[in-house]
Design a binder for this molecule. Sequence first.
Ligand SMILES: [Zn+2]
Ligand SMILES: [Zn+2]
Length: 306
Amino acid sequence: MHIQVLGSAAGGGFPQWNCNCHNCAGVRQGSIQARPRSQSSIAISTNGEDWLLFNASPDIRSQIEAFPPLQPSKGLRGSGIKAVVLMDSQLDHSTGLLFLREGCPLPVWCTEMVKQDLSSGFPVFPILEAWNGGLSWHPITIGSELQPFHIPEFPLLRLTAIPLRSSAPPYSPHRHDPHRGDNIGLFIEDIASGGSLLYAPGLGEISAELRPWFGQADCVLVDGTLWQEDELIVSGVGDKLGTAMGHLPQSGPNGMLAFLDTLEKPRKVLIHINNTNPILNEQSPERAILAEHQVEVAYDGMQILL
Ligand SMILES: [Zn+2]
Ligand SMILES: [Zn+2]
């Protein structure tokens, strides 16, 4: 399968429109070595023509323009995007659905919890009903035993949804009442090549249920939001801790890097990187630490073949 990174930044993108932090100011002025990044989303294809979109970011329009296989190729109207999978109902992962309205009806796969959020607090599903039938919902079910599912347009992909410990967005009716399925990671296998990917752009904790999937995957493309737990506080842009926002920081004895070090098999790539994260600066000491641990940083336009 071909995995295309359409966007690699966390919500707000890099630089973020209203941010003047060291990184955002530095990338604008060219005083640090860093690439601008759009908000996180990936697309996967097994035939190069039909693409499964994972999350629909507010930057979807420019992401399509930057990657010709998603553009119309046959007929007067069309798209390489044949279906969408949502990992959660966060704004930076679902707002892009509004900009895909001209392509309705569009199959959207997500959990019951995400469907509820996107029908109430952020009502994308009802809003789009007026556009040629809108979004056609296909439920991702999460039982006590995790079962793989198939998306008809992608017969060679087998997907398994893994519930993640994270929090629903502020507009969710169950913001303070977490449910299994508010947030998922996906284990994605190409049944022809045998290649497998673990995709989890928002990950607050490596739970016992999630841990084995890391070991099985050929590549893990996982939460790279924050370098340190109190990053938003020390950079002066916010008051929340990383884990309180559902993001496990990279550094520290219980951080993502220490955990990734325990894994032999997978290629390790961080995605969904917040604009405050020092790893965005390619000459930072933190970026050098990642390189020592053989951990890569996703960038817009990155391709991974499995
Ligand atoms: Zn996000
Ligand atoms: Zn910034």
